[in-house]
Design a protein around this ligand. Structure first.
Ligand SMILES: Nc1ncnc2c1ncn2[C@@H]1O[C@H](COP(=O)(O)OP(=O)(O)OP(=O)(O)O)[C@@H](O)[C@H]1O
Length: 254
């Protein structure tokens, strides 16, 4: 039987999962995850397994479901269909102890200075390393005498990154860590994110600034309208398509 040329899978269709090393258990297992807001789907039948030791770029156009997915993984949204496991745990207190989440929105009181925010994180999270946070605050050159409301947007983001990355977590979920800051600050923030990053941990970074995160991600998940558009190893994708992830994103979302 001859196949019609149009029935052949497109190169993108071959990339439907992030490779899991032989014998390894996925750290995150998502099966048939569906989430709707008042009947309107934000995630639709999403199945995805992510291993430890990877930096995964979670990419998609506005409204594709990135924040919704990260909130479910962080244990902040509990009403959904399907199955989610993080280190074997359903989202809840046990999984939250493994997960450091950097939300898209402000999560710190605006009156806090760096040292006060560090003290607060130390009280909240047993896996928080205050020295590591101070080292990051110094690396970013943040002023110690200014509260968040006296800092620029970029400075505030650097402080939030310092706090979240100073947790000794197994999973880091960063929602748009570089949106709203200038290109030079984006590179500095990403250097801070990678500083002391445990290579055994899993990091998921959501963004639509693909070119900025492309150098640091080793796996990619593209979401479109709440569905998995493609997923795979970053080098394999670049090689198969003969283009950068940034160019691939523009092509797929055109
Ligand atoms: N609290 C909410 N109530 C109703 N609808 C929501 C809510 N949060 C998100 N949505 C809808 O769910 C869909 C997915 O939104 P989500 O924020 O997850 O996308 P995103 O990929 O993170 O987008 P962006 O890149 O713009 O941040 C969108 O259609 C959005 O309008």
């Amino acid at each position: 039987m001859t196949r019609h040329p149009s029935a052949r899978p497109t190169p993108a269709a071959r990339f439907t999962s992030v490779p899991i090393p032989d014998g390894a258990e996925p750290l995150i297992r998502i099966s048939h995850l569906t989430k709707a807001y008042r009947g309107r789907p934000a995630l639709a039948d999403l199945t995805l397994h992510l291993p430890a030791g990877r930096i995964v770029g979670l990419m998609g156009s506005n409204g594709s479901g990135k924040t919704t997915l990260l909130k479910i993984l962080a244990g902040l949204l509990s009403e959904y269909d399907g199955r989610v496991r993080i280190g074997g745990h359903a989202p809840g207190p046990e999984s939250k102890a493994l997960v450091a989440f950097l939300p898209d929105a402000d999560f710190l009181a605006s009156g806090l200075k760096a040292e006060q925010a560090i003290a607060m994180f130390a009280r909240l999270f047993p896996d928080f390393d205050a020295d590591r946070a101070r080292e990051l605050v110094d690396f970013f050159g943040l002023p110690k005498d200014r509260s968040l409301k006296e800092m620029s947007k970029g400075m505030g983001e650097k402080l939030r990154v310092s706090l979240v990355m100073a947790r000794r977590a197994r999973v880091y979920l960063l929602d748009e860590p570089i949106s709203g800051v200038d290109p030079a600050a984006r590179d500095v923030i990403l250097s801070g994110v990678l500083r002391n990053f445990d290579p055994e941990a899993l990091m998921v970074i959501s963004t639509h600034l693909i070119a900025d995160v492309e150098p640091i991600v080793d796996s990619v998940v593209f979401l479109k309208d709440g569905r998995l558009l493609l997923a795979g190893d970053a080098d394999d994708l670049r090689q198969a398509h003969g283009m950068s992830l940034d160019a691939l994103f523009r092509k797929e979302y055109h």
